[in-house]
Design a protein around this ligand. Structure first.
Ligand SMILES: Nc1ncnc2c1ncn2[C@@H]1O[C@H](COP(=O)(O)OP(=O)(O)OP(=O)(O)O)[C@@H](O)[C@H]1O
Length: 224
């Protein structure tokens, strides 16, 4: 299978001089199409920094990143913005839904932002909502959904732009263990069916068996 996400020798130093903090040291990771990798590690070990760099939200101090075979390391901020809109789907700890949009518009916001709106996109949204058991919630606003339902909307939204890479930052943090597991299972299933590469930062040991591979970050060093 093809490598969809490749990070090579990534380092990140925050600040300068005496106050400089090395958050990542020569971290490398390859994620293949259809592969779901969990990243674990203690607080402050560099997990968020790693995910932000993989998601083109933060530029590394050294090393290279490629998504779907394209090197994105030295792109301009406008180009990185486009990479985030077209090539990456994010699922955050809290679902981060837009409070004043119902679920249907929430999903269609993605193609609208990417200026890629059409009948096909509506069809895609419909299929995702059905697959994630949300079809009957289409016209509901986030405040009227349960925590698990909100996370499922966040998952559907992450897949809307058909990205090469899915990045999830503790997606089960606000859920009880049963709901948390359901969410990760759904995420894994979509990753497999659609041939995405996924990386999930988690503290939740109960969902690790759903992942294909577990890596650990300690003091900025990644252990495979
Ligand atoms: N913007 C920043 N400026 C300076 N130092 C930072 C910044 N962001 C993170 N750090 C430092 O970099 C290191 C790694 O932080 P990071 O947030 O990546 O860890 P983490 O593993 O995600 O932690 P947690 O599990 O608590 O979220 C920590 O020492 C942190 O204090």
């Amino acid at each position: 299978m093809k490598d969809k996400l490749v990070l090579e020798n990534i380092s990140k130093v925050y600040g300068e001089g005496e106050t400089a903090v090395t958050a990542l040291q020569e971290v490398s990771l390859r994620v293949k199409q259809g592969e779901f990798v969990a990243v674990m590690g203690p607080s402050g070990s560099g997990k968020s920094t790693f995910l932000s760099i993989a998601g083109a939200l933060l530029t590394p101090s050294g090393g290279t990143i490629a998504i779907d075979g394209r090197d994105i390391t030295n792109l301009s901020s406008k180009e990185l913005h486009d990479v985030r809109i077209h090539d990456i789907g994010f699922v955050f700890q809290a679902a981060n839904l837009v409070p004043y949009l119902h679920i249907w518009d929430q999903l269609l916001l993605v193609p609208r932002l990417a200026k890629n709106m059409g009948k096909q996109e509506e069809e895609k949204a419909k299929i995702l909502l059905e697959r994630l058991g949300l079809a009957h919630r289409m016209r509901h606003y986030p405040e009227h959904l349960s925590g698990g339902e909100r996370q499922r909307v966040a998952i559907a939204r992450a897949f809307m732009n058909d990205p090469a890479v899915i990045l999830a930052d503790e997606p089960t943090a606000s859920l009880d263990s049963k709901r948390g597991r359901e969410i990760v299972e759904m995420l894994a299933q979509e990753v497999k069916t659609r041939g995405k590469a996924a990386v999930m930062v988690t503290h939740d040991e109960r969902v690790l068996d759903v992942c294909d591979r577990i890596v650990t970050i300690k003091d900025g060093v990644l252990y495979n």
